[in-house]
Design a protein. Structure first.
Length: 278
């Protein structure tokens, strides 16, 4: 049995099929991890969602910001943006089944045997694995609950920009979800700045990639993440970044997790939208 982690697919179904052919994926034996953002911006979000859902227990997928955006739009808490490509899902006959499945996905997946933790974007520097798992579960309980539509109306926003255990209600949930699904940069004190999207070196001088903050407490385990297409494929600092900008026309990447050293794979992708630096 092989275990592969795959970066942000974002509706690029042909690229996903091509990558699975390259790695020799065997659906009867192998397992796939997805870094989230299965949908949006690429042309075939519906096909991607149906495919990954159909893998059942052979796939682990965490929620990304585009996945949450789809759920918020479906709940009437947000509007479609100009470059969104979500209409096929919203109009599908199996829409409710797909959206329910997506809403049940975790924000964090950890495998003790492999020694890897899967998230979409980042972890705040004060969080160790126990903190991250506890806070992910806290937010997942709300996302899976009966009052999730009410939360979606308050989900968007960049503040608060730092973690405090005394936070409560919507502010607390927003910090947790922003860290797991939107984080790229923060300062030495762990304050998030969600505005810069460019590669390391392009950010303001007081900011650094979340995984390079000195004393980061999540250094105890190896982290797999996506989200940051301008970062590209990254293997260092105790993390593996797998969003290599498929729908921008760069590549879709995967890494095999059950071998040492890890083996990387990439396939070239067709551009579907003009690059915005994100």
């Amino acid at each position: 049995m092989a275990v592969y982690a795959i970066g942000d697919v974002q509706g690029c179904y042909p690229a996903l099929m091509k990558l699975l052919t390259q790695i020799g994926f065997d659906p009867d034996r192998d397992r796939l991890w997805f870094t989230g953002d299965l949908v949006n911006r690429g042309p075939q979000s519906l096909e991607v969602l149906r495919f990954v859902k159909g893998l059942g227990e052979r796939a682990e997928c965490v929620l990304g910001n585009h996945d949450l955006h789809l759920l918020a739009v479906a709940a009437g808490a947000a509007r479609l943006k100009k470059r969104d490509t979500l209409d096929d899902i919203l109009q599908a006959t199996d829409r409710n089944e797909l959206l329910h499945w997506l809403r049940m996905r975790p924000l964090l997946h950890h495998d003790d045997g492999l020694g890897y933790t899967l998230i979409h974007a980042g972890l705040l520097p004060p969080w160790n694995l126990a903190d991250a798992r506890r806070l992910a579960h806290e937010a997942e309980t709300v996302l899976r609950g009966d009052k999730v539509d009410e939360f979606f109306h308050h989900m968007y926003g960049d503040l608060p920009d730092h973690w405090n255990e005394n936070l409560r209600g919507v502010d607390r949930l927003r910090v947790i979800i922003n860290a797991f699904t939107r984080l790229r940069y923060c300062d030495l004190e762990g304050n998030m700045d969600l505005r810069p999207k460019g590669p390391p070196g392009s950010q303001p001088p007081d900011l650094m990639p979340w995984f390079q903050v000195p004393g980061r407490r999540s250094q105890e385990f190896k982290i797999i993440f996506g989200h940051w297409s301008a970062l590209g494929l990254w293997d260092g600092d105790g993390v593996i970044g797998l969003d290599s900008g498929c729908f921008w026309g760069r590549s879709l990447s995967a890494v095999r997790l059950d071998t040492s050293p890890s083996e990387f794979f990439s396939i070239d992708c067709e551009p579907y939208q003009a690059h915005d630096g994100g």
